[in-house]
Write a protein that binds this ligand. Structure first.
Ligand SMILES: [Zn+2]
Length: 164
C-alpha cells in the first residue's frame, strides 16, 4: 500500500511480514531518489508493483539506506544493482544535503535513524507505540536509553517507523 507522507515522501507498506519502505524523491540538482530499507523478500512482488505505480524504475533509485541489517529490512537489496547502498558501516560517506543521520544503537548495534526536514525515519528503534526489541543477538540493550534520549531532542513532527 502506498501512502503519501509529503509531496515528495512516500511510505510503502506490505501484506506480508517485512519492514515499510520509504521513498524520498529529492528535488536536488540530479533529482535523487532515495529508498530507506527494502522490506523482506516475501514482499518483493508488492514492492516492484508499488514502484511501478509510482513510475520509478529500479535503476532510478540512486541511493538505498538501511536503518539496520535485519532480513525484514534488507531482503530486496539485490534488485537494485545500480544503487549506492549505505548502512552504518559506510554511512560516514553518505552526504546528502538535508538528511541527518543519527546513530541509535539498541535494537541492533548498527541501527541508525534519519531526519529529513520534520520527518524522522526511525527504523526499529521507535514505533508509534513503543520501542524496538533489544533482546536479539545483535542488540545492544545497554545503549537503547541513550539512543532514545537522542531522538527525544530532535524536532520532528512526523514519525516514519520501520513497522506500522
Ligand atoms: Zn529489526
Amino acid at each position: 500500500m502506498i501512502k503519501q507522507i509529503k509531496d515528495n515522501v512516500f511510505q510503502l507498506s506490505f501484506g506480508k511480514f517485512g519492514s515499510c519502505v520509504y521513498l524520498l524523491k529529492l528535488k536536488d540538482k540530479d533529482n535523487k531518489n532515495i529508498l530507506i530499507d527494502t522490506s523482506s523478500k516475501e514482499n518483493r512482488q508488492e514492492l516492484l508493483l508499488d514502484l511501478e505505480k509510482l513510475k520509478i524504475k529500479l535503476e532510478e533509485i540512486s541511493i538505498i539506506i538501511l536503518t539496520h541489517n535485519h532480513w525484514d529490512h534488507n531482503g530486496n537489496l539485490e534488485l537494485f544493482k545500480k544503487s549506492k547502498i549505505y548502512a552504518l558501516k559506510n554511512i560516514g560517506k553518505f552526504k546528502v544535503n538535508g538528511i541527518k543521520v543519527i546513530y541509535t544503537p539498541g535494537h541492533t548495534y548498527d541501527s541508525i535513524c534519519l531526519l529529513y526536514k520534520d520527518i524522522l525515519f526511525s527504523g526499529d528503534t521507535i514505533f508509534f507505540n513503543g520501542i524496538g526489541r533489544t533482546d536479539l543477538p545483535e542488540s545492544q540493550p545497554e545503549k537503547m536509553q541513550e539512543s532514545l534520549e537522542k531522538l527525544k531532542k530532535l524536532k520532528y513532527k512526523i514519525l516514519c517507523p520501520g513497522h506500522v
